[in-house]
Design a protein around this ligand. Sequence first.
Ligand code: SAM
Length: 301
Amino acid sequence: MNKTVPEFFLNRLNEAYGENLSNKIIDGYVSSRKVTLRVNTLKATKEEVIKAFNDNNIIYQEVDFYNDAFIIDNVKENDLWKLDIYNEGKIYLQSLSSMLPPLFLDIDESSHILDMAAAPGGKTTQMAALTSNKACITACELNPLRAEKLKHNVEKLGATRTNVMVKDARQLDEFMRFNKILLDAPCSGSGTLDLTNEKTFIYFTDKLIEKSTKAQLALIKKGLQILSKGGTMIYSTCSILPSENEEILKQILKTGKVKIEPIEIKTSLPLELLPTTLEGVICVKPNEYFEGFFVSKLIKL
Ligand code: SAM
């Protein structure tokens, strides 16, 4: 595999992590990451899914930090597409890193949840499952085509208390109030680069990083405006660049209206964390099990 990245990105990585670690990060953009999924507990039990795995000779591992998640050892994603449990919305293919943000949002059945940037709906439907469809979820998405995919997944997975809103979340009415907000922000995707795809660096440019940081800042400002006092926000991205993560948070922390609630994750899986310039946040290094990902938890004061 060609493991080179463009100079602008290498410079950004070196600046953030130094040369040694940057090289290890680039090695972590492996060509095939483990297939992972979660049971959609709105439609199936874990036992039912395990039975389907056994009936189809699928070898799996359980995930110690999330009871509903599995790592699949012997088949690819497109093999799973043929299974009834997939077609009936009983499982959802989702990376392990991407399952983390909802787990830290402390949601329960009485929560009023806003998912600010929701398509295709992996985390929206995960939150619906975590609250047994009792919490009221508003899932906002700017891109109409992606919103269709979100609606499709919400319906397929049976997330019946989820309301999809096709809207620019930056324009949400300032009088709205939610006590739990997930901002899984649009980003450059620097944690999930596919170095085998020639087109990767057509889309992944310095301009994209700059554009993403502007959108991230505007979105987090709006999110904090409509978060209730004492409410919780998860800010996450699938980028490992501090400019899209800690630097955004630092600008928000300056207002004095928000604090970071430290998060940590314990697992026996090979989870590697990158150093961060803020305490209590998590930046996952890409490897065979995990995509590069950033997660932080904020409380509005
Ligand atoms: N949370 C999703 C999931 O788990 O499936 C993935 C979200 S993806 C990282 C970011 C999404 O934000 C994209 O679908 C993008 O179209 C959407 N988006 C970008 N700008 C937005 C905005 N201003 N308002 C709402 N959605 C936006």
